[in-house]
Design a protein around this ligand. Structure first.
Ligand code: TA6
Length: 325
């Protein structure tokens, strides 16, 4: 190769650029991990675009994942943040377009495509530390990537974009549903987050008081909460429609100290679920069996009714889980 005079030397690294987030694929390309220079990380299975790990800068895990969770794509993941679409819970009886779908729909059991990453930098506070770096991962699922069976069971053209943004003290997950069909469809969306707690008997949940809710263990299900925070002392399976909708923050406290603050965008319901002993024992992929003591599902969703999307319409819902320092 003929040398070229005045050829600029290769830039070993852009001088002065702060350490950047890293995004890596597992050797089998089944999962993506993003890590901030400050040590926080998130790991996502392409199967279901399921977040299976979220760690803080000290490496402390914030999500609960069953030790028997299937991570090989043979079953919805028991733990992390499974995605619920286009139906929450057991589908309604026929005739309904979702009647033949599995509980919680097909999003959590489909293989999503990794669409890419982007990093952003909040403006540094004047005179204090480095700017807050964050990294955003995008995943996509559309009709064409569904199994033939799923396409036949729910015959609508749609597109989902699922974005995860990791910052030093927050994890935001947002889902955009687009109707790519020439006919409307109804759907529900929920982010089925399994939060990790040290001891469920020391947990209380604020932000759900004076709120109508459906208690799936009672009949009638329609109930209204009182003024006190919620504590978990038995199997709990409730769908809250908080008085101010998505603008009501939900805080999970341990021994009275805030551990997670969940804020929502366009997701008017919050499901609170803990299987307790009997239900935990009955789930083959729920291990250890006393793991119910270390988990609490706080699940933002738009599940109080059906969202009808006309052709070309889009629905977006998001949660931000903050870790108070
Ligand atoms: O979100 C609460 C819930 O609907 C519970 O009723 C329970 O079924 C839980 O989801 C887990 O559902 P799965 O289909 O993952 O076993």
């Amino acid at each position: 190769m003929v040398g070229r005079a005045n050829k600029p030397s290769a830039l070993a690294a852009t001088p002065g650029l702060a350490p950047q987030p890293t995004v890596t694929f597992s050797p089998d390309n089944s999962r993506v991990t993003a890590e901030l220079p400050t040590g926080e990380s998130v790991e996502v299975l392409l199967y279901g675009a399921t977040v299976i790990s979220w760690k803080d800068s000290k490496g402390d895990e914030k999500l609960w994942l069953s030790s028997a969770a299937k991570l090989d794509g043979t079953k919805a993941v028991r733990g992390g943040i499974p995605l619920v679409f286009p139906v929450f819970g057991p589908p309604p009886p026929a005739p309904h377009p979702t009647s033949t779908l599995p509980q919680h729909g097909f999003a959590r059991t489909s293989v999503w495509e990794f669409l890419g990453k982007s990093t952003s930098e909040s403006t540094p506070a004047t005179g204090e530390g480095a700017a807050d770096l964050s990294v955003k991962l995008d995943f996509g699922l559309s009709t064409a990537s569904l199994s033939a069976e799923a396409q036949s069971l729910w015959p609508y053209k749609f597109n989902l974009i699922y974005s995860l943004t990791l910052s030093p003290s927050t994890l935001t997950t947002s889902l955009v549903v687009t109707n790519d069909d020439d006919k409307p469809f109804d759907s529900q969306v929920l982010l089925h987050t399994y939060l990790r707690v040290n001891d469920i008997t020391s947990v209380s949940i604020s932000g759900l008081s004076n709120s109508p809710y459906l208690d799936k263990l009672l009949s009638p299900q329609a109930q209204t909460s009182g003024t006190s925070d919620l504590t978990i002392t038995a199997e709990t399976d409730r769908v809250y429609s908080t008085p101010n909708g998505a603008s009501d923050a939900v805080t999970v406290l341990e021994n009275g100290k805030p551990r997670f603050v969940v804020t929502r965008d366009n997701l008017a319901q919050v499901v609170v679920w803990n299987p307790w002993t009997e239900k935990a024992s009955g789930m083959g992929d729920f291990e250890p069996k006393d793991g119910y003591k270390n988990m609490l599902c706080v699940e933002p969703g738009a599940v109080g009714t059906w969202q009808t999307l006309e052709p070309g319409d889009a629905f977006e819902g998001a949660q931000t889980i903050s870790i108070p320092n």
